[in-house]
Design a protein around this ligand. Structure first.
Ligand SMILES: *Cc1c(COP(=O)(O)O)cnc(C)c1O
Length: 409
């Protein structure tokens, strides 16, 4: 067993909110990871959908190292070029109008929720936007936000408030008020919650942590239409399914809808902590100077990383690659599902796919890691989520399936 002493030290110092697997990872190369004892693992988790380009990518690493030597942080009181270039590229691939860089996914969600509240506040001030409306008292209650059951949006108190998992929320109540939960892929359940104070709907186009559930086209288009009819902002959380993972740059691009606000993080920095919220149209001007801020957010180091990621996506046609390998993974998992008695479902798109089991996924994940040196992660109780580095090849899929078959017996 790898590095017992380090694991014991970890348990003494690190606040225990995780039950970790007994492996200490040391370095990685491509889609392979190595523990401190030099054992090699095949990685189909990508550090929870983060390491899109895999480990140790030469071009990415050089870009980050060059920025590290130049300037890492200067604060948002000043301009820095990497944040501008990364921002321009992110707007170009999304068609959004404005971007705000954050340090994490949950902070991107906080920003998106603040846009929704600010938008509603501006509206009840009689359409007045901007500085002039600040400090005035709204006469109607705060804006309500409709979120989805089974969703996941993060662990900070605002993001937790819209996360559709009561077990995560309950110990920290009361959370922010005015949140109502509808059922994902049930348009009537959304419709039923809309009232005159509703200001936004938030959802993942493909629910990730909840068990890999893609939205139906009918649902996401229906929600878009409801938002248009009632002047609500549609917030799409692309933190996990975005950045090429679904086979489009952003999953909503499969459906022919466009959000007013979207969030990204995870694969944006390929391991550097950077996220963003993006807005377009009326949502892009709802907040004004003084409304939101961050000390680290968008610093030149992390945005140089994001810029390199976006450049590499374009030059190496990563999204096209995901489509091709995603289709291959789909085929192989269909075969596995058909021949395994414990698999009862297969869902997903591109390189975010899930297999649902009739039994608990935890022991399968654990056995795969320890006995087959295969890194898999679960999503919910009975689902294994396949979110590998986007640069995997067919041979890696074959190898993964071979090892997983041995685990399943
Ligand atoms: C991971 C995730 C978040 C939270 O991101 P953090 O960087 O962990 O704060 C939010 N939404 C979705 C869909 C996620 O998958």
């Amino acid at each position: 067993m790898a590095d017992k002493e380090m694991m014991e030290r970890a348990e003494h110092v690190l606040y225990k909110t995780y039950n970790r697997f007994p492996v200490v990872f040391d370095h990685g190369k491509g889609v392979r990871l190595y523990d401190t004892e030099g054992q090699e693992y095949l990685d189909f988790g990508a550090g929870i959908a983060v390491m899109g380009l895999g480990y140790g990518d030469e071009e990415y690493t050089q870009a980050v190292k060059a920025q590290l030597d130049k300037l890492t942080h200067i604060s948002n009181l000043f301009y820095n070029a990497p944040s501008v270039r990364a921002g321009e590229k992110l707007l170009a691939v999304s068609g959004m109008d404005k971007v705000f860089f954050t340090n994490s996914g949950t902070e991107a969600i906080e920003g998106a929720l603040k846009i929704a509240r600010r938008y509603h506040y501006n509206k009840i001030q009689g359409g007045a936007e901007g500085e002039a409306s600040k400090g005035a008292r709204p006469e109607r209650p705060a804006g309500e936000i409709i979120a989805m059951n089974r969703s996941f949006h993060g662990r900070s108190l605002g993001a937790l408030s819209v996360t559709g998992n009561a077990h995560y929320r309950e110990p920290f109540a009361p959370l922010i008020p005015g949140i109502r939960f509808a059922d994902f892929n049930d348009l009537d359940s959304v419709k039923a919650l809309i009232n005159e104070n509703t200001c936004a709907v938030i959802m993942e186009p493909i629910q990730g942590e909840g068990g890999v559930y893609p939205a139906t086209e009918e649902f996401i288009k229906g929600v878009r239409a409801l938002c248009d009819a009632h002047d609500l902002l549609l917030i799409l959380d692309e933190i996990q399914c975005g950045m090429g993972r679904s086979g489009e740059m952003f999953a909503w691009q499969h459906y022919g809808v466009k959000p007013d606000v979207m969030t990204v993080a995870k694969a944006l920095g390929n391991g550097l902590p950077v996220g963003a919220f993006l807005a377009c149209g009326r949502a892009a001007t709802a907040m004004v100077p003084g409304d939101h801020g961050t000390t680290y957010g968008g610093n030149p180091l992390v945005t140089a990383g994001a810029e390199a990621v976006l450049d590499i996506f374009e030059s190496r046609r990563i999204v096209e690659h995901v489509r091709e390998i995603g289709a291959y993974l789909w085929e192989k998992l269909e075969e596995l599902a058909a021949s395994s008695e414990t698999v009862c479902g297969h869902r997903g798109m591109g390189l975010i796919q899930g297999l649902e089991f009739t039994v608990s996924a935890g022991p399968i994940v654990s056995k795969a890691l320890l006995e087959e040196k295969l890194v898999l992660i679960s999503a919910g109780e009975k689902v294994i989520r396949f979110v590998p580095p986007l640069v995997i090849e067919k041979a890696d899929v074959d190898e993964m399936v071979k090892r997983l078959r041995r685990v399943l017996g």
